[in-house]
Design a protein around this ligand. Structure first.
Ligand code: G1P
Length: 313
């Protein structure tokens, strides 16, 4: 066993189980250039899906998985994220005076969801660099990383299931989902082997390979559970693809020190990193809502049945 394997084994045997993970890192320092002009003066993480900022879905997923210590990595121009998760005394007071109790509870519940902390990344040198800037806050504990471009259906319980694999193994776990060969170059890509216990072990991982060089069609989705050993490897990871310190390269280096597992899931992910998928996510989430779903479905059916062209003749 290497020394970091020993450390992980020690973590695992503490009282027979791994210490429950409480901390999650959400990198939110990106410029959001894919959503200009909407992101010129507001962070992309505050763009709403129906009526809720995308980052609130991610924080809600963390809270549902029992993670109550959230560290958001921010940068310039991200103040509205901090305001969103803070108390809003003026708004609360006005809602109280107006007797709008439902809205008041909604607004209060956001600031009571979890404890939120912030670190500014300063120089945006890539996702690996963003995660490394969480080191001091996380310390020597295992932790979760959740990327805001991936919004998960709460019913899929992706993070919760990954935490269960970590509790069983004591090691890092990366979320993986099959994509088409055309899509693989937009993702980290992993080759895996399944062991006798049904655990999926990652054997190779590369960031955004060309389609013809991809070792598989399993794409890395934005949910990770890491042992703190990741910080050692990230600290030594040189800039990779696009001149940025890549989280995927840090994971590849971690694999030479200790096992890294995969959690393969098949449904429940909304990719909101590009406009078409953002629209799809908006429609699907609206349809799944009790308050909006039925009338919105009716509207969509009507729209499809209408010969739009005939309206313009
Ligand atoms: C990042 C990661 C990539 C991962 C993807 C998931 O890429 O670098 O490995 O597959 O998130 O959404 P980005 O989408 O930030 O370019």
């Amino acid at each position: 066993m290497t020394s970091s394997e020993n450390k992980a084994a020690a973590r695992q045997s503490e009282g027979g189980v791994t210490k429950p993970i409480r901390k999650v890192v959400i990198p939110a320092a990106g410029l959001g250039t894919r959503f200009l002009p909407a992101t010129k003066a507001q962070p992309k993480e505050m763009l709403p899906l129906v009526d809720t900022p995308t980052i609130q879905y991610v924080v809600g997923e963390a809270s549902a998985a029992g993670l109550d210590d959230v560290l958001i990595i921010t940068g310039r121009g991200k103040r509205s994220i901090e305001d969103h998760f803070d108390r809003s005394f003026e708004l609360e007071h006005s809602l109280e005076l107006a007797g709008k109790t439902e809205e008041l509870e909604l607004v209060r519940s956001i600031s009571e969801m979890v404890n939120v902390h912030y670190v500014r990344q300063g120089d945006p040198k890539g996702l690996g660099h963003a995660v490394l800037s969480a080191r001091q806050h996380i310390g020597d504990e295992s932790f979760v990383v959740m990327l805001g471009d991936d919004v998960m259906d709460p019913k899929a319980e992706v993070t919760k299931n990954m935490l269960a694999i970590h509790a069983q193994t004591g090691y890092s776990v990366v979320a993986l989902k099959e994509v088409s060969p055309e899509e693989i170059s937009s993702y980290g890509c992993a080759r895996v082997e399944t062991d006798d216990d049904g655990l999926v072990r990652i054997m190779e991982i590369v960031e955004k390979p060309k389609r013809e060089e991809a070792p598989s069609n399993l794409a890395v989705m934005g949910r990770y559970v890491f042992t703190p050993t990741l910080f050692d490897t990230l600290a030594e990871t040189p800039p990779g693809r696009g001149g940025e310190i890549q989280l995927t390269d840090g994971i590849a280096a971690l694999m030479s020190k200790e096992p890294v597992y995969g959690y393969v899931f098949t449904w429940g992910r909304y990719d909101i990193g590009n406009k078409l998928d953002y629209l799809r996510a908006t429609v699907e989430i609206a349809l799944s809502r009790e308050d909006l779903g039925p009338p919105f479905r009716e509207f969509l059916v009507d729209l499809l049945q209408t010969d739009l062209d005939s309206q313009h003749v």
